[in-house]
Design a protein around this ligand. Sequence first.
Ligand SMILES: Nc1ncnc2c1ncn2[C@@H]1O[C@H](COP(=O)(O)OP(=O)(O)OP(=O)(O)O)[C@@H](O)[C@H]1O
Length: 283
Amino acid sequence: MDILSVHNLSKKYERFELKNVSFSLEHGYIMGFIGRNGAGKTTTLKSILNLVHADGGQVTILGQDFSRNELELKQKIGFMLGGTTFYPKKKLKTVADAVRRFYDEWDDALFSDYLTKFALDPDKKVEELSTGMQVKFALALALSHNAKLLILDEPTSGLDPVSRDEILELFQELIEDGKRSILFSTHITSDLEKCADYITYIKNGEIVASAEKDEFLERYKLVRGGTGALSGELRKKLIGYKENSFGFTGLIRAAELPQGQNLEVSPADIESVMIYFEKEQKQ
Ligand SMILES: Nc1ncnc2c1ncn2[C@@H]1O[C@H](COP(=O)(O)OP(=O)(O)OP(=O)(O)O)[C@@H](O)[C@H]1O
């Protein structure tokens, strides 16, 4: 069963529109949500949680309509959108006291374990934490009420590589028993290579693709060729390309790969897919 299903979510701002965003996530998996700055990731995550009022669409969580069961379902969700900087002068333990009241299943021992794991002192004030420590603290808060679904906006930004690796390992531990799922947005494509099972890619407020990671990558190929190889026909088929004095490199849908041409073909990686898709309109 899907733990999260988003259907035709839409939201219009004066200069931006989220258009019929649809995707779903099953129990026991990690989904990476990618897209460049301003693509609509935060707006989507906030709309899912009704922190931004969507103009249309349905969100179903654990089989229930979120708009009708928001309070009950929020007990089952851990979310982190933008850290904890709105309580700069408060001690970590004071912030935790305020947060724990919202959750029936808040687990003090678990929260304490996370503080230890993340080397956070409960007597420190939020403003005394580095950016990375604030992220860890926000994660500890999001993880301490036995949530089934974690919705995290850029949880690894601001973390050093070692801390990032720790967090990604923690994500994997959290989903191991198949009872939880994680939806997290990121710009760091290596995070996705490391731990995402599914990828959802948003561009200009529209979902380009939402698929299992390997399937997502198998859809595209990188092609390289000399200057003469970039015919008009090939140009049309390429999603995006870069030219230099030796020739070109581009991205193509695997199904569109031309046969019998002298092209060097290699597997696509997530970063290249994003880069060439974002170049698409400039041609
Ligand atoms: N409250 C608002 N009013 C008007 N426009 C908004 C509002 N919030 C966001 N936007 C616009 O919506 C667009 C999408 O923003 P959003 O924060 O969802 O992008 P994002 O993909 O999360 O970007 P980033 O990676 O930079 O965090 C942007 O153009 C932004 O300016």
